[in-house]
Design a protein around this ligand. Sequence first.
Ligand SMILES: [Zn+2]
Length: 125
Amino acid sequence: MTSLATPFNDGLRAGVVRFQSCAACGHAQTLARYACQRCGHEGLDWRAAAGTATARATTVVARAPSEDFRALAPYTLVIVQLDEGPRLMGHAAAGVQIGERVRAEFFEHLGRPLLRFVPDEATPP
Ligand SMILES: [Zn+2]
């Protein structure tokens, strides 16, 4: 169960994508986990990502899963691989393609901070 007040969500409010970095093996992972997914170490540091990434999967959501998101539909969701390594899901600009370079933008919807990835021509794949 994830609380809205996490270092990740606080980062979004501050305009930063955060990820966890294992103090033992250096593995980078997203979401708030209790232990390293690779080695099980519980010493995890929050780091700020550059916000640049590569799109790995995209989908268009035509029917929102809840009333909260109905106003946004249709919208694009994307799974990206951050340049630091870990994968992350977020909203995306319409038309973002798999393999495309993207960068994070931030917006708030009904008081909830959300990510949106938009095309980034500045950084080559
Ligand atoms: Zn580790």
